[in-house]
Design a protein around this ligand. Sequence first.
Ligand SMILES: [Zn+2]
Ligand SMILES: [Zn+2]
Length: 428
Amino acid sequence: MPSPIRAPRGIKDIIPPDAFRFEKVLKEAEEILELGGFQKILLPLFESAALFSRSIGGATDIVEKEMYTFSDKGGDLFALRPEGTASLLRAAIEHHLADPGRIVRLSYSGPMFRHERPQAGRLRQFHQLGGEILGPLTPSEDVDLIALIYKMAGAFSIPSWTLLLNNMGCPDCRPAYREILVEYLKKHQQDLCATCHHRTLVNPLRVLDCKIPSCQIVLEAAPRITDFLCDKSRLHFLEVKSGLEALEIPYTLSHRLVRGLDYYTETTFEFVSDALGAQSTWAAGGRYDGLCQELGGPDIPGFGFAAGIERLWLLREKAGTLPVLPSPPVWLTVFPLLQEARPSALRLVQEMRNLSIPTTGYFGSGKIKSAFRQAERDRSRFLAFIGEDELASGTVQVKNLGTGEQISYGLKEWNRIAQEIQKTVLPS
Ligand SMILES: [Zn+2]
Ligand SMILES: [Zn+2]
């Protein structure tokens, strides 16, 4: 016998009944974005690989190691999307949605793909929900979007969360800081890991992100970007902080919060939680003022975030706020007890569905015992069966599986049957 083909490593099926709840977790988060005036955009799963190296940055982990790339028959290089912002901007530019004269709020959701080392909570296909605000933004738009994520934290009772906040400066002040940082890193080279050495050369700000404890001691003492901000960036940072304070949204300053992507400027933030063991991020984002122009669009600022749906799921599970399953999923199971009753049973199934009763039929004529077993597996509320006697008299037996009450109906008394079922399942 051939061995079964399994899902690729790091790829997870989401099976019933979790699939229903997973979509609901996403939907409920999307509803909060809708409340904030975001409009949904449906984006493709793959793009030109160049889109990501140009936006995310060639010297980032995502582009260097984690992207799934492939060539098509024409020899063009594509990549499965590792994140949503670059795609969204590409589409916004292509369809002239990004306009210097007005602000648009766009959201997206769906699977993202990164070739990461599979570990707990890290999948190679994972799901994100994201929102981006494009246009002539003020620091208040940064705060406004952070406030929506804060709303999610409350609505879903996300346990023990913290909002980390930083400002990464702008093209005016970051280059000078970068030099100061590189000088410091080189001075402490012997205390840093090999990855840090590599990053010092190609992307020094990313060194601040290193999770190795011995590196962290060095990095905690490193010069802080917020001490080297130009006036514009400093005022931006101040306005974001005072906006959060006005809304009474608690935050913690984190000077090492640089995010793994090159396109951020000014505000960066992460919502983390301790509930899943190590401090893990469930939503994060920031300002990207040069990205739109970098991708060939108009010179307009952007501010966005992405939330991990798998993380939201785990945190809501922990909090006991996962969406409840529809109860019952099936209201009626129809079971012919002999082959001759199949046409009547088929008809009954269709008529019940026409009357909006969720109905399944099992047509492999068998014993009444297996009918009960099947109905139980479906978590069905009613069982209808047509045996020899019923066929002869043109009737159908409908049994309430909760009370055991059994009523005989005419085979075509569809409305009466539906009413009886509705009355029980949806008590007014
Ligand atoms: Zn600046
Ligand atoms: Zn390191």
